[in-house]
Design a protein around this ligand. Structure first.
Ligand code: DHB
Length: 391
């Protein structure tokens, strides 16, 4: 089999890239070792930046999103038992859009299907070769060894995928940080406890009240990275969430927990994000901790730039945009890295933290909510927009 761009990974990066290439008349094949059901079922983050919503809408993927997404003006920060509203719409001119990643994936898979696109599920990629001149992806599908020849390989298969490992050690620098905490995430059948997301900094650890719909809530609490789902019986989850989120005239709405998972926290960047005819996008190239929900949004803006590079290459016979893909993307990726790191360290406590760290963190939170300038910078970063008033 032969195509123009061989795409490894049917996550948001791979599927969106395939869709954008199709709109430019460029052929691609997407390979993923997971089944379609598994991909559409996997629960991930749910906050879309304004630029992500605008792009999805522009390329014909915004219809269900416009109907089903929840739109918030801002978020709440809760600490020292008090709640502070950050009105992001007023501060930065955008909205917080809640639309789960697996819903984005369903829309993308449907669009590829409608356009007759080739997405091979349960296709296990075993290797990529010929990256200097004539790439090929080898994979197993339907019990047979197969080979996809292509002009380019787009590595969209996440941080533990084949493509990230295919970057050579020489000439590629990897930057990494792990955090001494994780998130315990649950889905709960209950009404919303708050009209907008609540990020909580508490001496017992971070908590986040997010939502999926008026009847399904997404809640997180900081836990130990070694914790397993079995370590958290329901009563422990609720008593911890109650303690951390406590505030005057407010109570947590509880319900049946339908899903539980532990989310690890890591920051990582590979530089450059390309090697020969291999281009990495999304988690294959960089990972952020979940606080601030930047992962999907960074992946989407990667493939927007990458698709543009391929379009210039095929349409105008101009390879410059493709050649500068990594250099073009890295400043924005580091902006997202800095923000995700900052929000994570501002709201979480590490086991080695001292009373000094506690006081310093509290002083920073107090300064943040008291300053329109700092709030505007926070809002612009959170929404992924240019700061308006307070640049
Ligand atoms: C969600 C996840 C995040 O990481 C975040 O910062 C906000 C919301 C979520 O899953 O809803």
């Amino acid at each position: 089999m032969r195509t123009q761009v061989g795409i490894v990974g049917a996550g948001p990066a791979g599927l969106l890239l395939s869709h954008l290439l199709h709109l430019q008349g460029i052929a691609s094949v997407v390979l993923d070792n997971r089944s379609r059901e598994e991909i559409e079922r996997t629960i991930r983050a749910g906050v879309l930046e304004q630029g992500t919503v605008d792009l999805l809408t522009r390329v014909g993927l915004g219809e269900r999103l416009a109907r089903e997404a929840l739109f918030h003006r801002g978020v709440y920060l809760r600490f020292a038992g008090r709640t502070h509203h950050i009105d992001m719409q007023a501060l930065a001119g955008g909205r917080v859009t809640i639309y789960p990643q697996h819903e984005v994936l369903k829309d993308l898979i449907r669009a590829r299907e409608d356009a007759g696109g080739q997405v091979l599920f349960e296709a296990m990629v075993t290797g990529i070769e010929g990256l200097d001149a004539a790439p090929a992806i080898t994979y197993q599908h339907g019990g047979r060894e197969r080979r996809l020849e292509c002009d380019f390989v787009a590595g969209c298969d996440g941080s533990h995928g084949v493509c990230s490992r295919a970057l050579p050690d020489r000439g590629v620098e990897r930057f990494e940080r792990t955090y001494p905490f994780a998130w315990f995430g649950i889905l709960v059948e209950a009404p919303q406890s708050s009209d907008e997301l609540v990020y909580v900094s508490h001496a017992r650890g971070f908590a986040l009240l997010s939502t999926r719909s008026p009847t399904l809530q997404r809640l997180y609490l900081q836990c130990d990275p070694g914790d397993r789902v079995e370590d958290w019986p329901d009563e422990r989850i609720w008593s911890e969430l109650r303690a951390r989120t406590a505030a005057d005239d407010w109570s947590l709405k509880e319900g049946r927990i339908t899903h539980r998972l532990v989310v690890g926290m890591r920051s990582a960047v590979a530089e450059p994000m390309q090697h020969g005819r291999l281009f990495l996008a999304g988690d294959a190239a960089h990972v952020v901790p979940p606080t601030g929900a930047k992962g999907l949004n960074l992946a989407v803006s990667d493939v927007e730039v990458l698709a543009d590079g391929f379009a210039h290459h095929y349409r105008d016979r101009d390879g410059r945009a493709l050649a500068s893909y990594s250099a073009d993307r890295l400043p924005r990726i580091w902006k997202g890295q800095r923000f995700s790191w900052w929000m994570t360290t501002l709201l979480h406590r590490g086991p080695a933290d001292t009373a000094f760290d506690e006081r310093r963190r509290m002083a920073e939170l107090v300064e943040l909510v008291a300053s329109p300038h700092l709030c505007a910078a926070f809002a612009a970063n959170y929404l992924g927009v240019r700061p308006l008033t307070y640049a």
